[in-house]
Design a protein around this ligand. Structure first.
Ligand SMILES: O=P(O)(O)OC[C@H]1O[C@H](OP(=O)(O)OP(=O)(O)O)[C@H](O)[C@@H]1O
Ligand SMILES: O=c1cc[nH]c(=O)[nH]1
Ligand SMILES: [Mg+2]
Length: 218
């Protein structure tokens, strides 16, 4: 299925085709990009894609007094934000999103993919209280089979979350299809849709193992 077909079948998928985003994604692909630069780029992309993913947040006008006069001017209103990182690799992206909203709460879910089964294994979960009252932004740079993101969002929903959106940098068509079948209500903000998964469920052309490249554990 072509990318256009994929985007026409499923709702609420935004591929962020801004030139700055695409340029930084290309730098991440480069195998010669250093650990330091890789980590910085992931964080910057968290801010850029986070900006697009929060474009529809509600505002309300309040009165403010400038040095010259009183005026009505917008501020954020409505549900409080909670950024949820799928560890490890999600942490860098979360830092970037938090630059937009430093007072947001942060939830952590630790998942690693079993290399044999390709299924995620949970090793950590800590969420702030009242997640049913918050807009939840789940972040992970990679959506390969989709199993990790699906499991993370399953957990959020079990805990009562009902306003969830998802940010990733690199995705495979297979992962998007699985994600949207499991969670059609969750809007996706994606850097790029790559060609396919390989036999080890790595995204091709991709970036390799994002967690290893962010933390230098190759
Ligand atoms: O869509 P999936 O097939 O589930 O694959 C994607 C997952 O794999 C990577 O994590 P990994 O298991 O490598 O853990 P890490 O972040 O600790 O490196 C990535 O950060 C996603 O969480
Ligand atoms: O290509 C992939 C697939 C899963 N996890 C990664 O870090 N990279
Ligand atoms: Mg990894």
């Amino acid at each position: 299925m072509s990318h256009d077909e994929l985007l026409s079948i499923y709702n609420d998928i935004s591929v962020i085709d801004h030139p700055f985003v695409q340029h930084k994604l290309t730098s991440l692909r480069d195998k010669n990009t250093s650990t330091r630069e890789f980590r910085m780029l992931v964080e910057e992309l968290g801010t850029l894609i986070g900006y697009e993913a929060t474009r529809d947040l509600e505002t309300t006008d309040i009165e403010v007094e400038t040095p010259l006069e009183k005026t009505m001017s917008p501020v954020l209103k409505g549900k409080k934000l909670c950024v949820v990182t799928i560890m490890r690799a999600g942490n860098g992206l979360a830092e970037g999103v938090l630059k937009l909203s430093p007072s947001a709460r942060v939830g952590h879910i630790g998942l690693y993919r079993d290399p044999e089964t390709k299924q995620p294994v949970e090793y950590y979960l800590k969420m702030p209280h009242s997640i049913d009252e918050r807009t939840i932004i789940v972040v992970d740079p990679m959506l390969a089979t989709g199993n990790s993101a699906i499991m993370a969002i399953d957990k959020m929903k079990e805990m009562g979350a009902n306003h969830i959106r998802f940010i990733c940098l690199f995705s495979a068509p297979e992962g998007i299809t699985a994600f949207k079948k499991a969670h059609p209500d969750v809007a996706m903000y994606i850097g790029t849709i790559d060609r396919e998964l390989d036999d080890h469920a790595y995204i091709r052309p991709g970036v390799g193992d994002a967690g290893d490249r962010i933390y230098g554990t190759l």
